[in-house]
Ligand binder design. Structure first.
Ligand code: UDP
Ligand code: MG
Length: 313
């Protein structure tokens, strides 16, 4: 059985449409499935729509978060609830083409344990966002040590991988963790569709925050950059120190107030940046060490009506 995990935040108009599109496709291709909608603390009628759907159909369940915990948490909750032999994570807005699920499923049948959806085109998005995304992926790919360009959350995972992910306590970055775990992987390319309804939940500020938190969860390189900068500063200050001493010894008057100011400002700013970076990591350690749950499920629903099988005699 395939578990279809769909995170949804304020997607009241998309729930039914996503279910119908994906379910009919899977039925046509004889793929047994269950749907897990994770309502990430929506303010609209999303959860009501999911409840209705669960009452109406036989393979739908829904989780409702007590507040908005973010897509990463919604994916974690979905994976924890998945009962299938494999699971696919797909956006509610149908920007990930559902027909690719079938292709991914066939790959899984051939023995692949992770099938990554790779974006061919990034769809319609702000120029600034696509440039930002390019920089982000090149940085994180280098730091994490695997090429994640154009990767997305649209993936199919085997049961083994789901179990591993469920055991990981850290608040990870789903997209990268599935690279980190290894396993037998393949990719499926897809074009990003237009959003069917509603609007994107990402603001520029949100994306920048997301980028920083993901880079820091994959690499401590920024902290090492701080050490490197410190060493460079030390060398520079030794050179300047010797220079100043020689000036003093040969009795050349010191007129270099400007130099002093520049150096003071420079060192001050490096120290401040360094403290900021270290503080950021400490904040992350603090977040993890508190050990709070990644999400809180305040209610859940599950289809009760079973398919009635009629036997013709
Ligand atoms: N989403 C979520 N929690 C959030 C933000 C988004 O579960 O806090 C879901 C959203 O409902 C959608 C998917 O994540 O199914 C992708 O979100 P969106 O379409 O806003 O992102 P984009 O496609 O613009 O990257
Ligand atoms: Mg979208």
């Amino acid at each position: 059985m395939l578990s279809v995990i769909i995170p949804a935040y304020n997607e009241e108009k998309c729930i039914k449409r996503a279910y119908d599109a994906i379910n009919s496709l899977l039925t046509q291709n004889c793929i047994d499935s269950e749907f897990i909608f994770v309502d990430d603390g929506s303010d609209d009628q999303t959860y009501e729509m999911i409840t209705e759907l669960a009452a109406d159909k036989e393979n739908v369940s829904g989780l409702h978060f007590s507040r908005n915990f973010g897509k990463e948490s919604a994916i974690s909750a979905g994976l924890a609830a998945a009962g299938g032999d494999c699971a696919v994570v797909i956006d509610c807005d149908l920007q990930h083409p559902p027909e690719k699920i079938v292709e991914m499923y066939r790959m899984w049948e051939q023995g692949y344990e992770i099938v990554e959806g790779i974006k061919k085109e990034r769809g319609n998005e702000k120029k600034m966002h696509s440039i930002g995304a390019k920089i982000f992926y090149s940085v994180i790919s280098r730091m994490a040590g695997f090429d994640m360009a154009n990767s997305s959350d649209f993936k199919l995972l085997d049961r083994k991988v789901i179990d591993v992910l469920n055991k990981m306590p850290e608040r990870g970055f789903f997209r990268a963790i599935s690279f980190w775990v290894g396993y037998n992987k393949t990719t499926v390319e897809y074009d990003v569709n237009k959003r069917v309804d509603g609007e994107s939940k990402w603001s520029t500020k949100g994306l920048v925050k997301y980028a920083f938190s993901n880079i820091s969860s994959y690499s401590t390189a920024p902290m090492q950059i701080v050490t490197a900068l410190g060493v460079v500063m030390l060398i520079i200050s030794v050179i300047f120190g010797i220079w100043a001493l020689i000036d003093k010894i040969i009795g050349r008057a010191l007129e270099g107030m400007t130099t002093v100011i520049i150096i003071t400002i420079f060192i001050g700013s490096i120290i401040m940046i360094s403290l900021g970076i270290i503080g950021y990591y400490i904040a992350r350690i603090y977040e993890e060490i508190k050990g709070r749950p990644k999400y809180i499920i305040s209610s859940s629903v599950r289809s009760t009506n079973k398919k009635t099988i009629s036997i013709d005699s």
